[in-house]
Design a protein around this ligand. Structure first.
Ligand SMILES: O=C(O)c1ccccc1N[C@@H]1O[C@H](COP(=O)(O)O)[C@@H](O)[C@H]1O
Length: 215
């Protein structure tokens, strides 16, 4: 199995971006969604983006963002990946995928096997699905685990990643149990909402890199 992909999301300071890169993250997530404690403005996202070396991908996370501000945000931040974490329709993602060189990811809340089947509507519209727990107070970033058993023996139609309540203590089990090739964590790496802890980031990356999926 190839090396696990690691996305550290909700970074908002130069120090924590650098810590994630140094720890071996393959993807740096910047959340642009005002209700989130991890929200960064587009101007700040653009400043953080330029710190990230070329071998690490920058993911801009948005929620139901309208086309015009989205287009301006993409222009300014120049992310490698756009993660849509709301109720965006497949047609909308498909349009962005067909008109840009961006990798397009769609996050879906997984409550049942039916959620996985419903997410297949994004097969032509997205490059990757991110399986998260069902939305809580926020559309994501709630630290809620999804039921990993739902993923066992599922014939995924797209590359996918596992999110939802991951932290340094559970990520190795998550990889071994589900076979996830990409793990995505945010609130589990914080000392308080919106404040990333560099020691937790390092411990998460170490545990994820050391784990070998058996699924
Ligand atoms: O992190 C947020 O605040 C956020 C806000 C709105 C949508 C998604 C958000 N985060 C993403 O949600 C998943 C799971 O996060 P957690 O590890 O359970 O906190 C992940 O993709 C985050 O990047």
């Amino acid at each position: 199995m190839s090396k696990t992909l690691i996305k550290i999301c909700g970074l908002s300071t130069p120090e924590t971006v650098d810590a994630a890169v140094d720890a071996g993250a393959t993807h740096i997530g910047l959340v642009h969604y005002e209700p989130s404690p991890r929200h960064v403005s587009i101007a700040d996202a653009a400043k953080l983006r330029v710190r990230v070396p070329k071998n690490v991908k920058v993911v801009l996370l948005t929620v139901n963002m309208q086309p015009q501000p989205m287009s301006e945000a993409l222009q300014e931040v120049q992310p490698d990946v756009l993660q849509m974490h709301g109720g965006e329709p497949a047609e909308w993602l498909g349009l962005i995928k067909s008109k840009s060189s961006l990798e397009v990811w769609k996050a879906v809340g997984v409550k049942s096997r039916a959620s996985l089947e419903q997410a297949e509507r994004f097969v032509d519209a997205a490059h990757r699905l991110i399986y998260d727990a069902a939305p809580g107070a926020l559309p994501g970033g709630n630290g809620l685990l999804l039921d990993w058993r739902l993923l066992i023996n599922y014939q995924h139609k797209l590359p996918w990643g596992l999110a939802g309540g991951l932290n340094a203590e559970n990520v190795a089990d998550a990889i071994r149990y589900t076979g996830a090739e990409l793990v995505d964590a945010s609130s589990g790496l914080e000392s308080e909402p919106g404040v990333k802890d560099t020691a937790k980031i390092r411990a998460f990356c170490e545990a994820a890199l050391a784990a070998k999926a058996s699924a």
